[in-house]
Ligand binder design. Structure first.
Ligand code: MD6
Ligand code: FE
Length: 214
């Protein structure tokens, strides 16, 4: 396995963790998955302003955002159907990279088309900050910015390319991060310009049985 770069304590970056063939296979899985659970446009709580990214999810729970707020829910907000199961490679990534005995419960799928970005944020809608968040990227390269646990902490930027994995764990679990921009045409993986980012999470605290601490 490629060895990771530690960008900050608990923030690990594996460049090219997925081979080109594995990226292609995952992109094919996602094409089928998104036919079942179509991308939707999330909206900011209160203001209802649309995000520039479009989203879907897989796994038992999915992250959604609308005028009522941010939350995890078991059903797609537009189709009312359960989210599709995790493609097996996502469970393999979690098992090999996350160092977390409990399985993931949600995977947010973000689609960045032309001009999409994501403001600096923390992932903090989960009950469980002891468990990490693991991200996989496909398609065009993104300029990813990461800082500290205060919004005003200094930040640095890296380029997340297709096949890269990034883990926010331990002291970096609540680090502020965001996507400044996508570099169109930087990858030939997808059939159109754009980028897919997958983030695997636990939502609930693992119970004793799940952690093996009976
Ligand atoms: C993105 N990533 O790469 C946005 N969150 O498009 C995230 O927001 C993220 O990369 C938690 C952990 C890792 C991440
Ligand atoms: Fe995030």
């Amino acid at each position: 396995m490629t060895s990771p770069i530690e960008l900050a304590p608990g923030c690990l970056w594996w460049q090219g963790w997925l081979s080109r063939d594995q990226q292609q296979a995952l992109a094919d899985d996602l094409r089928a998955l998104l036919a079942e659970a179509p991308l939707f446009t999330p909206r900011m709580p209160r203001t209802g302003k649309p995000f520039s990214v479009r989203m879907s999810n897989c796994g038992p729970l999915g992250w959604v955002s609308d005028a009522a707020g941010y939350r995890y829910q078991p059903l797609h907000p537009e189709t009312g159907r359960a989210w599709p199961p995790f493609p097996p490679v996502l469970l393999r990534a979690w098992g090999e990279l996350a160092a977390c005995p409990a399985p993931p419960e949600a995977c947010l799928i973000n689609w960045y088309g032309e001009g999409a970005r994501m403001g600096l944020h923390q992932d903090r809608d989960e009950e469980e900050f002891g468990a990490p968040v693991l991200s996989l990227s496909l398609g065009d390269t993104a300029v990813f910015r990461i800082g500290g646990i205060k919004r005003t902490d200094p930040t640095r930027s890296i380029r997340l390319a297709s096949g890269d994995a990034l883990l926010l764990s331990g002291p970096s679990r609540l680090a502020f991060h965001g996507i400044d921009r996508i570099l169109p045409g930087s990858s030939t993986l997808l059939k159109q310009p754009g980028r897919i980012n997958l983030t695997l999470r636990r939502v609930h605290r693992a119970d004793d049985a799940a952690t093996g601490a009976l």
